[in-house]
Design a protein around this ligand. Structure first.
Ligand SMILES: NC(=O)c1ccc[n+]([C@@H]2O[C@H](COP(=O)([O-])OP(=O)(O)OC[C@H]3O[C@@H](n4cnc5c(N)ncnc54)[C@H](O)[C@@H]3O)[C@@H](O)[C@H]2O)c1
Length: 286
């Protein structure tokens, strides 16, 4: 399988990580951005990630050179045509994702698996724009993708058995563990994680403890490797708000209404690590 090409649409945090994970397992990758400018930004981000991996001893310069030979970047959706699997990783907005998925079905090879990396939107809702809804599946990767072993394989109401079986084999070929879950708001991971993050923000907002105190309780008291506020910064505070709003829209469950402080940080452009500030500052290391 690893001689196949994988197309990834959206060269942000997740698209970048998915591309690197595919390259690490020997796949060729075409990474598609929405414009020439964002393609250049995506290339720079990928280069920076690979250099960090070299600095940390997780990659050799020779491996990086070999990856770059197997990577194509593009800002034309038509370039997905040779891919065996096409994965979209554009922002968590229903209309945008449906537009991208519609183009994917039109332009991809007729046998290609079409996948979304959505964190919370129902696969069946996204599949609405498809002629053949059996082709769409959720492949929910975790951040940072090269390091994280889990992928939730989200099965929509119409996802075909062939799509499920080939997707499970693809995730195994990446050296990751696929867990098959049914289509429900937030799947398993964000249904559990988002209320935890939101409650941590409310705890901060209500002055129960400072951010270090809250994160230390989770790390030393629950044995979590990161505190919920650090994790929110890693995910992206805008991404967290989008996920919570999308689960809330689907469930009307109040526990998914984003905390005021979280929305204020997003409105101020403090999105977490990717902008250098969220709950913490990242000019130094965190
Ligand atoms: N951040 C996380 O921890 C995480 C984890 C799992 C899943 N996800 C999901 O992955 C998806 C992407 O999240 P992210 O954190 O990478 O966001 P991001 O903002 O870092 O990246 C999104 C990228 O998509 C690009 N884009 C927008 N419209 C596009 C289009 N029409 N065609 C091609 N590219 C386009 C943007 O320019 C940007 O580079 C979301 O659905 C999110 O919910 C995120």
């Amino acid at each position: 399988m690893n001689d196949k090409e994988i197309a990834v649409i959206g060269a942000g945090q997740m698209g970048n990580g998915i591309a690197i994970a595919c390259l690490q397992s020997g796949f060729g990758v075409v990474l598609v951005s929405r414009s020439e400018d964002s393609m250049k930004q995506g290339e720079a981000r990928l280069d920076e990630t690979l250099n960090k991996m070299i600095a940390r001893g997780r990659l050799t310069p020779e491996q990086k050179a070999a990856f770059l030979l197997k990577l194509k970047t593009s800002f034309r959706m038509e370039d997905i045509r040779d891919a065996a699997i096409v994965i979209e990783a554009v922002p968590e907005q229903l209309k945008l994702k449906q537009e991208v998925l519609h183009a994917m079905e039109r332009l991809a090879d007729k046998d290609a698996i079409l996948a979304t990396n959505t964190s919370s939107i129902l696969i069946s809702r996204l599949a609405f724009v498809f002629l053949d809804q059996g082709r769409l599946i959720g492949l929910h990767f975790f951040n940072p993708v090269p390091a994280m072993k889990l992928v939730e394989v989200v099965v929509g109401k119409s996802t075909s058995k062939g799509t499920i079986d080939r997707s499970m084999a693809f995730i195994a070929a990446l050296g990751k563990t696929p867990v098959k879950v049914n289509d429900a708001p937030g799947f398993v991971s964000n249904r559990i994680l988002m209320p935890l993050i939101n409650e941590a923000v409310l705890t901060l907002q209500n002055g129960v403890a400072d951010k270090d105190g809250i994160d230390t309780v989770a790390k030393l008291g629950f044995n979590h490797p990161m505190g919920p506020l650090e994790l929110a910064d890693l995910i992206g505070l805008d991404v967290c708000v989008h996920i919570m709003e999308s689960i809330h829209e689907e469930t009307m469950d109040e526990k998914f209404v984003p905390a005021r402080m979280l929305k204020e940080l997003v409105q101020a452009g403090k999105l977490g690590r990717k902008t250098g500030e969220g709950f913490y500052q990242y000019s130094a290391q965190k």
